[in-house]
Ligand binder design. Structure first.
Ligand code: ATP
Length: 503
């Protein structure tokens, strides 16, 4: 409700309102009624006046309104209390009188009268207390100054608030420094190397996202570090003291994956434990479930996973009761899930759910600045492991920088290990690299030959050949389907053998 719609038109300034109010309270209603005969309007006005007086008196801020000559029109209760005066004694007086009586000094209102613009200044009250006064001029339609509204507040309170704010900001920055420190320590503990700008961007993204309970999808070629990153995310997150459970969806045969992930009730199927079994989702309750090679997950389980992401509940195999767990999902893949959706082998709705936030780790060839530090890290690691004291020639590092690294960091790690084991001297040379680099071994594989270098029991040799073939194919493709295709066998055989030889 606007005041000017209620207040009779001839009562336009606050001094008139105050007068009007006086008339009301002094029972001189005749005068008012004579001014405006409509008694309904008068009643409405009386109420509005009452409300506005109440509202202004309720304000914590001190308010003093004067006209364009400095004549005081209105003083709210808080202002009167602070100045130690009775408003009635001063309504109609000039601001100068208050200044002369040293009720306060200087006056922001008097400054506005001179400057015709907003004035903020520190004033001192008779009590010696300081206040911050802000006075603003109000102009009419013709640009004439009509009113000056002056508000003032306790400086001490402002200072106290500022100090409080400063203390809080300091605490926040200390806390965020502690978080940064923790993040740096975790990265260091995990030997997570990120020298390049590309990897620094990844680390920044992880640091921002780790604390939010959002499902994450980590993508990148094989061996770029998706697994290490998933563990790092868990350790940075507030779930760090709860379990981190990893499941490689490509390593577990399709028919077992459901019960592995979601568990089963006693006697759910032939051969099942009579007591039932808790699945990985439950084991990871409160923590993180890392679903590696998510692209290998069968369609039937994709639906179940999608339901879980949406509702945080699932049913064990052979059960009917809904299990509710607080498990965060971090998934990873080196496959192109968009293409898989197009081909119909991955659910579009699941991809959308997983892809809410995607962290893409670039291949090593696109962030060669990381190579020298990674090389140093792996040399130290294998020196400790094999009790060696080997180092690398600068020119060898140069060669490592220009190599393509199709198997990324995992390949680099294996090449360094091979070089260290096979080299004769204490310095790894370019020759060592050329002999042990993956491109060399690739040559043999492409030739499709297997050499026997000695005699051993037939069964043992067959088993060893099978083990090497399966692990090599999987290491190269990181997909049981692709590995199966390259070996000319079916995917379930690859899954079964991988499980057998990975244990
Ligand atoms: N930033 C890094 N700093 C140090 N070591 C790393 C880094 N990233 C990866 N590694 C190392 O490289 C190897 C491969 O990493 P990881 O298994 O996480 O790769 P991945 O992308 O999950 O591979 P895949 O797709 O084949 O499962 C591991 O030994 C890991 O410790």
């Amino acid at each position: 409700m606007r005041l000017d719609t209620i207040v009779p038109k001839n009562l336009i300034c606050l001094s008139d309102i105050r007068e009007y109010e006086k008339e009301v309270y002094q029972d001189k209603a005749d005068f008012v009624i004579e001014k405006k005969k409509d008694s309904d309007e008068f009643e409405k006005f009386k109420n509005v006046l009452k409300y506005y007086t109440l509202i202004f008196d309720f304000f914590e801020e001190e308010i003093l309104v004067s006209d364009n000559t400095g004549k005081i029109l209105f003083i709210n209760q808080k202002s009167a209390d602070v100045m130690g005066i009775d408003p009635e004694d001063y309504i109609g007086e000039n601001i100068n009188d208050l200044v002369d009586r040293k009720i306060f000094n200087p006056s922001a209102t008097l400054n506005v009268l001179k400057e015709r613009k907003r004035v903020d200044l520190l004033i001192r009250l008779k009590s010696g207390e300081q206040r911050l006064a802000s006075a603003v001029p109000i102009f009419d339609q013709d640009g004439e100054m009509e009113l000056i509204i002056c508000t003032s507040k306790n400086v001490l309170e402002i200072v106290k608030l500022e100090e409080k704010l400063e203390r809080r900001n300091k605490k926040i920055s200390e806390q965020s420094e502690q978080i940064n420190q923790l993040q740096r320590e975790i990265m260091a503990q995990n030997n997570f190397i990120s020298v390049s700008g590309e990897m620094k961007d990844v680390v920044n993204k992880v640091n921002k996202l780790a604390h939010f309970d959002v499902t994450l999808l980590v993508t990148g070629e094989t061996g770029v570090g998706k697994g290490v990153l998933a563990r790092t995310i868990h350790q940075i997150s507030d779930r760090r003291n709860k379990p981190f459970i990893k499941v490689n969806c490509g390593l577990i045969p399709e028919n077992l994956l459901d019960s592995e992930l979601f568990g089963y009730e006693g006697g759910a199927f032939t051969g099942a434990d009579a007591k039932g079994k808790v699945g990985k989702f439950e084991l990871a309750d409160g923590g993180t479930l890392f679903l590696d090679e998510i692209g290998e997950m069968p369609m039937s389980l994709q639906v179940k996973l999608l339901d879980f992401i949406q509702d945080k509940e699932f049913t064990r195999v052979g059960g009917t009761k809904k299990q509710v767990v607080d498990t965060r999902i971090v998934a990873a893949t080196n496959r192109d899930l968009i293409k898989m959706v197009e081909k119909g082998s991955f659910r579009k709705d699941l991809l959308f759910r997983l892809n809410t936030v995607n962290i893409e780790i670039p291949p090593l060839r696109n962030r060669v600045e990381d190579i020298p530090e990674l090389v140093e890290h792996f040399i130290n690691k294998f020196n400790t492991k094999y009790m060696m004291k080997k180092r690398i020639m600068a020119e060898t590092v140069q060669e490592l920088l220009v190599y393509d690294w199709p198997g990324n960091i995992r390949e680099l790690e294996h090449v360094i290990e091979r070089m260290m084991l096979m080299s004769d001297g204490n310095y790894l040379t370019s020759e060592d690299f050329r002999i042990n680099a993956a491109s060399r071994t690739k040559g043999h594989a492409e030739a499709g030959r297997v050499f026997c270098t000695g005699i051993m029991p037939y069964k043992e040799a067959k088993r060893e050949l099978e083990r090497q073939l399966i692990l090599k194919a999987y290491e190269k493709y990181r997909s049981t389907y692709k590995a199966a295709e390259s070996l000319g066998i079916n995917q379930s055989t690859v899954s079964k053998l991988l499980k057998k030889y990975s244990e």
